[in-house]
Design a protein around this ligand. Structure first.
Ligand code: GRF
Length: 195
């Protein structure tokens, strides 16, 4: 049995993407990695409660410099940004090169980059009038939403969609499917020494 890849999930809000990863571990969709730590830049993020409810260690970050040391001392091999709303410094992305993945709620390169996060992304899509949107899992580098794309999944926009209704559909049909799949695939590759 290959050693499981140690995963840290970084969150800032409700943690529905974290929950999807936790549930995928329980259901056997994720077998090559295990969430060893949940990190937030917000002490009151409900995602931290979800971690605690599932016996997962949590950590509220102060400086990125200290966080890098903590992740390295914990032997973290994969960092998953799941609704994490802080732009990471080049020092952080260099410390974990090709070891950070992010879920973005659009089909990159549409509706991404500076200021495109959370509900704003869906407001932008509705404003533009696109008929299809979706979600993207990508590697993280020093360019916001700039790393290599791993998975994408399209989601229809329906007449009368509000940003909130659209966000929920994109989460249910795309984000919560793609992120666990990517955690399993990348964890397995790291475990096999392929990454
Ligand atoms: C979601 O819109 C997700 O696409 C984005 O952050 C928002 C909150 O995610 N990455 P979560 O419920 O905290 O996982």
């Amino acid at each position: 049995m290959l050693k499981k890849t140690k995963v840290a999930v970084m969150v800032s809000g409700g943690g529905t993407n974290l929950q999807a990863i936790i549930d995928a571990q329980k259901s056997g969709i994720i077998t090559s990695g295990e969430i060893a730590l949940v990190v937030s830049n917000k002490a009151d993020a409900y995602a931290l409660q979800r971690a605690a409810d599932n016996g997962i260690a949590t950590y509220v970050m102060t400086s990125e410099e200290v966080l890098i040391e903590k992740l390295q001392s914990e032997g973290i091999e994969l960092v998953v940004l799941a609704g994490f709303l802080k732009i990471l410094s080049p020092a952080f992305t260099r410390a974990f090169e090709n070891r950070i993945i992010n879920i973005h709620p659009s089909l990159i390169p549409s509706f991404c980059g500076k200021g495109a996060y959370g509900l704003h992304v869906h407001e932008m899509a509705l404003e533009y009038g696109v008929k299809v949107t979706g979600a993207t899992v990508h590697f993280v580098n020093e360019i916001p939403d700039g790393g290599a794309i791993i998975y994408q999944k399209a989601v229809d926009i329906l007449d009368g969609d509000t940003p909130e209704v659209l966000q929920k559909r994109v989460m249910e049909q795309a984000e919560w499917v793609l992120l666990p799949r990517a955690v399993e695939e990348i964890s397995a590759k790291i475990g096999r020494g392929e990454l």
